[in-house]
Design a binder for this molecule. Sequence first.
Ligand code: C2E
Ligand code: MG
Ligand code: MG
Length: 413
Amino acid sequence: MVDKPEVSVLLLDDDPFMLKLLGLVLAGLGYTGVTGCESGRAALDWIDAAERAPDLILLDLNMPGMDGVEFVRHLVDRRYGGALILVSGEDDRMLLAAESLVRAHRLTVLGRLHKAVTPAALAALLEPWVPRALDRPTVAKRLYPADEVRAAIVNGELENHYQPTVVVASGRVVGVEALVRWRHPVDGMVYPDQFIGVAEDHGLIGALTMAVLRAALTQARRWRDAGLALRVAINVSMDDLAALDFPDVVAAQAAAAGVPPEAVVLEVTESRLMKDLRTPLEVLARLRLKRFSLSIDDFGTGHSSLAQLRNFPFDELKVDRGFVHGACADETLRAIYDASLGLARQLGMGIVAEGVEDLADWDFLRRTGCAMAQGYFIARPMPADAVPGWIPAWESRSRDERLLPPDTGIEPS
Ligand code: C2E
Ligand code: MG
Ligand code: MG
């Protein structure tokens, strides 16, 4: 038996007997830093108060109140970087489906356990596991303090990269999505997951969005002047939609840059549960009236995807990459992908599949009739000046690699 004192394990199960049992099994395996919680709420409180997140959570899926799937959503909000083991008394299908969902959130799943859990089954899952705390002592990625993020915005250290979106049937390039990066004077290129959340939590997201929007509109104008009429998408936070003057500010910026609103897409992620939907609803409705396009981003991972669709005037749906990459080979992902496609059709919305990473994904979109695609297979996000050269390269690549049906070819843009 090896002591694993630095590894912290959280047990979440509404059954106190299970907590005791799992605790004993883990102690027998040398895990001493084990905490048990009987409800999702108690577990979240514990996580929020703890110095660092647990390395492993054993999660019961069936709990009264907050169930295991909802708890996972809260872990995603907290950018949980540890591992999970799913425990359930339900049949294997239920456990498998839950595992696919959790993986779609890009969390690490060590495995599934059926109740009643046997020590041997738990030991088998834990045996090959290298806990994060022992593997990488410095833990996950660094989050930047708010004043550094503020300074970066003010000093103009943020820059947009652009990732193309193409029509699946024809290969035609429809537009680009602006993805912000921070050119950090010391750390080099810093990616949005390390500062967007900080900006949101400290009231800086409005300024950040404006910086991104202004740069994207200026760039869109330059491309138009060079004969490239690209749609430009920018990501807006739910917090941006809490400002009633947001539509006027966006409209003024677009007008000043000389970019028509039809060529601007605002992508909204349901990153957090909105208590009061009245203001965002009004803001989105006014943006629509001003002829901006509205896209619901990361569809399928949000708090209440369906409810939001019913209430908000979105005209495009972006299926989260968690349900696209590998969907052709995974029943659960495929079911969510199919449902998203069906919903978009029913509601007359455009659809973009994100996270197209390989030829299998691309062929899957073609077979299933998905309208638009974005992903590493097509292009990675790139600096603005790489975009004009990428377009002809993509056109010849899609011909050479026969990515399109022989009769279509690429339409002239
Ligand atoms: P998103 O809007 O869903 O953007 C897509 C993210 O997926 C980008 O990550 C992109 O680089 C990545 N991606 C694209 N294709 C693939 C693929 O084939 N495979 C995989 N694994 N990943 C792919 P990035 O640039 O790190 O941005 C992450 C998120 O940060 C964005 O997700 C968006 O929610 C947020 N974000 C980025 N820029 C902004 C911004 O200006 N404002 C706000 N509020 N959020 C932003
Ligand atoms: Mg986006
Ligand atoms: Mg997305």
